[in-house]
Ligand binder design. Structure first.
Ligand code: XMP
Ligand code: MG
Length: 183
């Protein structure tokens, strides 16, 4: 296979490295203030949230626990039932923890709607959501977004953790893919 040059698959850069960095710092500052005196546990959703999680955690200036879950939805996105399969569960107990789910992007909202319920039922003290990106155009389930980085249009995006066929997660910016790449 020939090496694919990034410029060939990208339509445009939606968010630069500098814009992302500034926003992550702002979110970290707000979370630091809001969770003073609480039992904050960040729960990152693999794999898309890994890079956001690393930067966000460093910008939070109070003690935090960090854990990860991996999930996949049943069916493809157009026939999604909203039922989520947990592929990797948490390592830590969530009892009495103030959980902040850290996600790369909310699209239909089905994943986070299921996960929020699931973590509440398992005895978390509180469950809130922090997402870097919000794509509201295709929302099917209402989810309360407590911390939001950016609202973006309905385009397929890659970079800063987000992938297309497992590639491009390491791009330091967020870019929209050319439609011919994924259609
Ligand atoms: P929901 O349940 O909100 O799921 O539809 C959100 C998940 O869908 C994936 N997703 C994307 N991944 N670029 C990606 O790389 C995108 O533009 C995109 N839109 C949705 C992602 O895994 C997210 O966690
Ligand atoms: Mg994801």
């Amino acid at each position: 296979m020939n090496e694919v040059i990034v410029e060939d698959i990208i339509k445009d850069i939606l968010l630069t490295e500098e814009e992302i960095e500034a926003k992550v710092k702002e979110l970290g500052k707000q979370i630091t203030e809001d969770y003073k005196g609480k039992n904050l546990m960040l729960v990152g959703i693999l794999k898309g949230a890994v890079i956001f999680m690393a930067d966000l955690a460093k910008s939070i200036k109070i003690p935090v626990l960090i854990d990860f879950m991996a999930v996949s939805s049943y069916g493809n996105s157009s026939t999604s039932t909203g039922i989520v399969r947990i592929i990797k569960d948490l390592d830590c107990s969530i009892e009495d923890k103030d959980i902040l789910i850290v996600e790369d992007i909310i699209d239909t909202g089905l994943t986070l709607s299921y996960l929020t319920d699931n973590l509440k039922k398992r005895g978390a003290k509180s469950v809130k959501i922090c997402t870097l990106l919000d794509k509201p155009d295709r929302r099917k389930a209402e989810v309360p977004v407590d911390y939001r980085g950016f609202i973006i249009p309905d385009e397929f995006v890659v970079g800063y953790g987000l992938d297309y066929a497992e590639q491009y997660r390491n791009l330091p910016y967020i870019a929209a893919l050319k439609e011919e790449v994924y259609s």
